[in-house]
Design a protein around this ligand. Structure first.
Ligand code: BGC
Length: 729
């Protein structure tokens, strides 16, 4: 007996040495772990890891101790825990988190250090909640101001979005939490998002729409990417062979896992062969209905296994997908460097507040009505705050990015803390339940009486602070539908105009992810745009209003004078929102400021615009070409009376070619540290010559045009302070 036992253990030991479990060795190179794990898995096990096993998880291999992948939305904080198989909240008491500002607000900071801090903080919250993949961030291009999800993206310029997203991803992934970059690609509208086919030139596709994704792949090595619902060249982007196998995996050499948007896979053969790696879904049967434990029915479940058995799809395709998923598991769930993380720490609230403070944009400040610093506000015996967004939680609604917050400081609360008994409040209008109530369902009588109350109270006020804008109700900034109008909803335009007639000391504060019409602009003294500010909303806003913080946010998107000025509008419905589920991007590469500056259309507020409480002088910029880089330098001096930060932007004018080019394109930017009055900082910006390449349709590739390039250095696209020319050959 003893002898048998001895031989048995000797056998086990030998067997173990012969097949050392490299995949479990945290110190082994990831590629070896992948190879080893793959060699031990059955076909069925490989298929199992390619699709959902619950709303937000995909399976591991329990027999081998390979962990499942836990995912969650994204991108502004960890979504509340939902039930395993349904969209109902799981009713946890420990899933209250920090809501970070919207990504549009982050882009507005033009501060890459803050982007890195954002990625670090938010991923720590994901890690603490046991998540391996955060569904975000998003870098779809803000092509239209009506896009219901623009607040989740980083503006209209591919360079800005790309530069801002790279540090976010890098820091998150340093914590071993994968980012899932959304929505690849052309998901630039919510109207007909599930089936719209986008027609776009190769040039616009490469220079504008793919560009931020490519930067995230090449510079941040993002680990997962989410396919979009819409189609390109008639094929859904979640399993679009040319897009995923061709561009993303072959051309860009991307080694990560492509995750479908929820329910975005619609065809088994395409899902099998079109580059999709993990199929996630909205319904449990992967298609259209709820059925308990039906995840096997997903396209990348039993139907895929059947195709493999029948030899209709080669086994290498399965191995390729499974390798990508295993790689993701070893990078995250089974990465020994994965942090424990934390939730709702003061450090996270600090990051949240700082991003808010630097993302808020001061758009108008007549008679220096702002800041409302103590010396000045004492003048006002009564400050009337009007508007629903003064008290409404803007972390609610919007769709999948909705958050359950522990702290949610409202502007009114913080104004009351600062200005005490001077504050009066009138709601002025109402909007109904977050996400669900459409403007048509609202009670007109109630709306009128709220307005009447505000106008009456305005008569006794010395200063009015109107706090409104968009919110995250349906057909505002909300998933699955675009805005129906460029105007502010709920009668706000009329209300602001009438308030301004009663009191000329009026400051308008707006929230929202999009530009909007402001017919009352000339009648108000101050205007501040906040995007969405998350948990510390009130604090960040009031710190700017009272001058604790000098505003330094700059617009990542052009505000047009009127809706018709947006570049696609002249081309009619075919260009937006599409006809018969076909949309044509007829403005081509002339998106946002590329159109306004090239075609001399005067915007209301140009791209890159934002005021400050201080002033800055720029010296004459210099440029030097060293090797494959162009180094542009400019010295910025604070010439005003308070400390502040400034972002210098470099727009390139290319040599003339036969193909039309935008007159200016952003190629570099840099933000100063906090400069005291009189203090200067020299900003050195490096532009690799490769960044000047343009996409040539005939050659289907990138080319650098020989000639003289002008580097325009300015405070925004229309406020160029100095120019410098460089010959490029
Ligand atoms: C959205 C995604 C989101 C997913 C899961 C989809 O409808 O488009 O952005 O991550 O749902 O909630």
């Amino acid at each position: 007996m003893k002898k048998n036992l001895f031989f048995a253990s000797l056998f086990t030991l030998t067997a173990m040495t012969a097949t050392a479990q490299v995949y479990l060795d945290p110190n082994a190179p990831i590629e070896e772990r992948v190879k080893d794990a793959l060699s031990r898995m059955t076909t069925h096990e490989k298929v199992q890891i390619l699709h959902a096993q619950s709303k937000f998880t995909s399976a591991g291999v329990p027999r081998l101790g390979i962990r499942q992948l836990n995912m969650d939305d994204g991108p502004h904080g960890v979504r509340e825990e939902l039930e395993w198989n349904t969209w109902n909240p799981a009713q946890w008491t420990n899933d209250y988190i920090v809501a970070f500002p919207s990504l549009t607000c982050l882009a507005s900071t033009w501060n890459t250090e803050l982007s890195s801090a954002y990625g670090n903080a938010v991923s720590e919250e994901f890690a603490f909640r046991g998540k391996d993949i955060m569904l975000g961030p998003g870098v779809n291009i803000q092509r239209t101001p009506l896009n219901g999800r623009a607040f989740e993206y980083m503006g209209e310029d591919p360079f800005l979005a790309g530069e801002m997203v790279v540090p976010y991803i890098k820091s998150a992934q340093e914590n071993a939490v994968a980012c899932c970059l959304k929505h690849f690609v052309l998901n630039d509208q919510e109207t007909d998002r599930f089936g719209i086919n986008v027609n776009v030139s190769e040039r616009a596709m490469n220079e504008i729409y793919l560009a931020p994704f490519r930067r995230a792949v090449e510079k941040a090595h993002v680990w997962t990417i989410m396919g979009s619902y819409n189609k390109w060249k008639g094929v859904h982007c979640c399993h679009n062979d040319e897009l995923l196998n061709g561009i993303l995996k072959r051309d860009w050499k991307w080694d990560g896992a492509l995750v479908s948007d929820w329910g975005g896979a619609v065809d088994t053969y395409e899902a099998a062969t079109g580059g999709l790696d993990i199929e996630m879904g909205t319904y449990t049967d992967g298609k259209t209905t709820e059925s308990k434990f039906g995840y096997e029915m997903y396209h990348l479940g039993n139907p895929f296994e059947q195709l493999l058995k029948e030899g209709k799809v080669p086994m290498e395709v399965l191995d390729e997908k499974a390798s990508r998923v295993l790689r993701t598991i070893f990078r995250t769930a089974m990465n020994p460097k994965k942090v424990i993380g934390n939730q709702c720490s003061e450090a996270h609230y600090d990051v949240c507040r700082q991003i808010g403070e630097e993302g808020i944009v001061l758009l108008k400040n007549d008679r220096n009505i702002l800041p409302l610093n103590p010396a000045k506000y004492k003048k006002y015996s009564q400050i009337l705050v009007v508007g629903e967004n003064a008290t409404r939680s803007l972390t609610k609604g919007g769709g999948s990015s909705e958050l359950k917050t522990l702290r949610d400081i409202s502007p009114l609360e913080e104004l009351q803390r600062n200005y005490e008994q001077m504050i009066m409040y009138a709601q002025g209008y109402y909007s109904g339940r977050a996400m669900y109530d459409h403007v048509d369902r609202l009670d007109a009588h109630k709306q009128d009486s709220l307005k009447a109350e505000a106008l009456e109270m305005a008569k006794g006020a010395d200063l009015i602070i109107f706090i409104g804008g968009l919110n995250k109700n349906t057909r505002q900034d909300c998933e699955n539908g675009d805005r129906e109008s460029y105007d502010l909803p709920y009668g706000q335009n009329e209300l602001i105009s009438e308030l301004a007639k009663i009191q000329k000391n009026i400051v308008v504060v707006t929230f929202g992810g999009n530009p909007y019409n402001m017919p009352w602009l000339k009648d108000v003294a101050g205007l501040v745009h906040c995007w969405y500010l998350g948990s510390e909303s009130g604090k960040a806003l009031v710190n700017v209003l009272n001058g604790t913080v000098c505003p330094s946010g700059k617009l990542p998107v052009t505000f047009a004078q009127k809706y018709e000025d947006y570049p696609y509008v002249q081309y009619g419905k075919e260009a937006y929102p599409g006809v018969d589920r076909e949309v044509h991007y007829k403005e081509d590469i002339f998106v946002g400021y590329r159109h306004f500056s090239t075609n001399n259309v005067k915007p209301l507020f140009p791209f890159g615009y934002g005021l400050s409480y201080t002033t800055f002088a720029y010296n004459k910029p210099t440029a030097q070409k060293t090797g494959n880089n162009i180094n542009v330098s400019v010295t910025v001096t604070n010439t005003g009376k308070v400390a502040g930060k400034e972002t210098a932007q470099v727009y390139v004018t290319m040599p003339q070619t036969t193909t039309p080019r935008p007159v200016k394109e952003l190629k570099a930017f840099a933000k100063t540290r906090l400069l005291e009055p009189g203090e200067s900082e020299t900003l050195n910006m490096t532009i690799p010559v490769d960044e000047l390449a343009v996409y040539q349709e005939e050659e289907r590739g990138w080319d650098i045009i020989d000639g003289t390039y002008t580097f325009n250095v300015g405070a925004n696209v229309n406020d160029i302070k100095g120019k410098v020319e460089v010959e490029v050959k």
